[in-house]
Design a protein around this ligand. Structure first.
Ligand code: BGC
Length: 386
């Protein structure tokens, strides 16, 4: 099964290229967020303290007044405020306005995920003759980097205010952290463009062969109100294949054609129109789609629209896959800062990535990173109103 053979090359050329888990950590204080002005640029306010390191909340504001807030705890995007078609400004991502809520435990809301996005079966993989055993935190499997993944680390931050606001986050993951080999230096840069694009650029280097699959785990609700479900949003995914999973949500190794299945989003479909046919427990989309591409340039992967708010989200990426997750495990037990529960299907995730469990699936594109190689990927979430 060749990845390139049957693929329909994406016709859309991106014109805007390229431009409580194990927290030994304790929140020392819960500083209220200082109100920022709507001036273009980037401001910083205290957000608390984790692992005896200061945690900040950065507010990126573009020329249109769109504001994205990001903390250096887990590189989490806590809010993205943008106008709907009537000019009402609300956040289109799930998040909290206090660090305490993040430390209480949450399903990766807005977080940077690493070293490995999604699952590695039984937490084991081999590089050459060496078998590595990872922390298991999802039944018998390893999920999203393990017990204390990148989403729970305090990153070093530097800011740039030149043309557009830019927040650069760095983290060094030590050899054998969560079981992964190699000292890994990671840098992730968030840029908010004036045309409402949130670009995320990932770079990394290792000193020993390792595996790596970085992503961002933002949960979107384009209505700007998570008490609405996202099942009426319309979605297009530029993918002719997806990677089926077993009952433990581990990829089987097969690439299955989406044609004639509820996974075919090549023409826009409501997220909810066929979701009942997807099956699984608790049921819903939680699958990696194999993006149609012949090279690794930044290309359109997904478009989502909400006719009520008029908001449109386009996702461009250099990655081979995207995990489409419809918030199936949200059950209302976690509440937003306004006290409203986050219910099942109140948000969707589009985690651009390599395929889950690639280290154990020789037919999937490789996630091996060797010393001397540079890991690089770019994803752009682009908002507009129609
Ligand atoms: C996974 C889901 C998981 C969710 C939150 C998604 O990427 O595919 O199975 O429940 O993240 O951890």
């Amino acid at each position: 099964m060749k990845l390139t053979k049957n693929f329909f090359f994406a016709t859309v050329i991106v014109s805007l290229i390229m431009t409580a888990c194990n927290n030994s950590s304790e929140e020392k204080k819960d500083t209220p967020v200082t109100e920022t002005t709507s001036k273009t640029g980037i401001t910083r306010s205290d957000f608390g303290n984790v692992d005896n390191k200061p945690v900040y909340l950065y507010t990126l504001t573009n020329a249109k007044g769109d504001q994205v807030k990001i903390t250096n705890y887990g590189g989490i995007v806590t809010s993205w405020v943008s106008p709907d078609k009537k000019g009402n400004r609300t956040s289109i991502v799930l998040g909290f306005d206090s660090l305490r809520n993040y430390l209480a435990g949450h399903p990766y809301f807005g977080a940077l995920v690493g070293r490995y996005g999604n699952r590695i079966a039984k937490g084991k993989f081999k590089i050459g003759d060496n078998t590595y055993t990872l922390a298991t935190n999802n039944g018998a499997n390893h999920l999203h980097g393990g017990i204390k993944g990148f989403d729970k680390q305090v990153w070093d931050a530097t800011v740039a205010n030149d043309a557009v606001p830019e927040l650069s986050l760095s983290y060094t993951s030590k050899d054998m952290e969560e079981g992964y080999p190699g000292n890994l230096k990671v840098n992730v840069t968030y840029t908010l463009t004036d045309d409402d694009g949130l670009q995320i650029e990932y770079n990394a280097e290792t000193d020993k062969p390792t595996v790596l699959n970085l992503t961002n785990h933002s949960y979107f609700n384009l209505t700007g109100d998570p008490s609405n479900s996202i099942l009426d949003h319309e979605m297009m995914i530029n993918a002719n294949y997806y990677t089926p999973v077993d009952t433990g949500l581990i990829t089987t190794g097969e690439l299955k054609a989406v044609k004639g299945t509820p996974f075919d989003f090549n023409t826009p479909e409501k997220i909810g129109s066929r979701i009942a046919q997807v099956g699984g427990n608790p049921g819903g989309y939680d699958h990696n789609f194999v993006l149609n591409r012949t090279d690794s340039s930044l290309q359109l992967a997904v478009t989502v629209t909400d006719s009520v708010s008029g908001r449109k989200l386009q996702v461009f990426t250099t990655q081979p896959g995207v995990q489409f997750y419809t918030g199936n495990f949200l059950d209302g037990s976690i509440k937003g800062s306004d006290g409203k529960p986050f219910n099942k299907n109140c948000a969707f995730c589009l985690e651009t990535q390599h395929f889950p469990d690639s280290p154990n699936q020789p037919k999937f594109p490789t996630t091996l990173l060797k010393p001397g190689e540079k890991y690089h990927s770019v994803t752009m979430y682009k908002l507009s109103v129609e």
